[in-house]
Design a protein around this ligand. Structure first.
Ligand code: ZN
Length: 265
């Protein structure tokens, strides 16, 4: 074999083992390598103006604003947006739902929610096709559709410290579902900390404190999926309180989302 062929094989091996080692390091040390390599995509001006009214975006440094805009533009391009009763979806609907999804996933490398294809808007709470109950949001993993009541989505976004945030809640469901099916590094980390959260709340002492404190709303205890979605809402809406009340749960959520302190305020 010619020397360059040896070199090529050698480099191939190095890349392969490098990849394995890097993956193992990311798993054991809870970080993502190369979280965002490029940030070149821009929104058209009309949509950019809407993004500029989004409080989370306003507080980011220029470097992170660029990253965030790239992610929002990519998310909009990647998803289908439909309205159940109207022919068109507004720019505000496109930008705000994408911005909420990207806020939740901003610490991750994977931000396109691969288990989601379509966002379906209703003006108000709607009747679920699967049962009679009225829903403000519903994720259908099989169809990869997230249905949202626009009125309730806006309400969740408008009051940012009442621990209710429909958009964050529903996108947590999508992220959680992905964590059970994907081998992506962000999904694997979600799964790892979800297991740790379940183990932590099984501890009788923690259980008792959860009951006595009545901190999380009752709905959180419906099942493990609602628990994670509600933790997501509290994490963003009252981080200081949450951290003070349940520091272990808070730290696990931080690991799941890899959310930086500088984005918290
Ligand atoms: Zn839910």
């Amino acid at each position: 074999m010619a020397p360059y062929a040896f070199a090529a094989v050698g480099i191939g091996f190095l890349l392969f083992f490098g990849h394995l080692i890097l993956r193992k390091l990311q798993r054991s040390n809870d970080f993502v390598w190369n979280r965002q390599f490029v940030s070149y995509k821009r929104l058209p001006l009309s949509r950019k103006r809407i993004l500029q009214t989004y409080p989370f975006f306003q507080k980011l440094s220029p470097k992170y604003q660029k990253q965030f805009e790239h992610r929002v533009a990519s998310f909009i391009k990647d998803k289908k947006f439909k309205h159940r009763h109207k022919p068109i979806v507004t720019d505000a609907q496109l930008v705000y739902t994408s911005a909420v999804a990207c806020r939740l996933s901003f610490g991750r490398r994977s931000y396109l929610f691969p288990m989601l294809d379509t966002i379906l808007f209703f003006e108000q709470a709607f009747q679920s096709p699967t049962n009679e109950a009225m829903h403000k949001g519903e994720y259908n993993p099989r169809a990869k559709v997230l249905a949202l009541s626009w009125e309730d989505f806006l309400r969740g976004m408008a009051v940012d410290d009442d621990n209710f945030h429909l958009g964050l809640h529903e996108f947590m469901h999508v992220m959680h579902f992905e964590s059970e099916r994907s081998t992506d590094i962000d999904a694997v980390r979600f799964h790892k900390y979800h297991q740790l959260i379940l183990r932590h709340i099984m501890d009788p002492a923690v259980r008792e404190r959860l009951d006595n404190a009545s901190y999380f709303r009752d709905y959180a205890f419906t099942n493990q999926y609602e628990f994670m979605a509600v933790l997501g809402e509290y994490f963003f809406e009252s981080p200081a309180d949450f951290n003070q009340q349940f520091p272990v749960l808070f730290s696990y959520m931080k690991k799941i989302l890899l959310f930086k302190d500088e984005w918290m305020s």
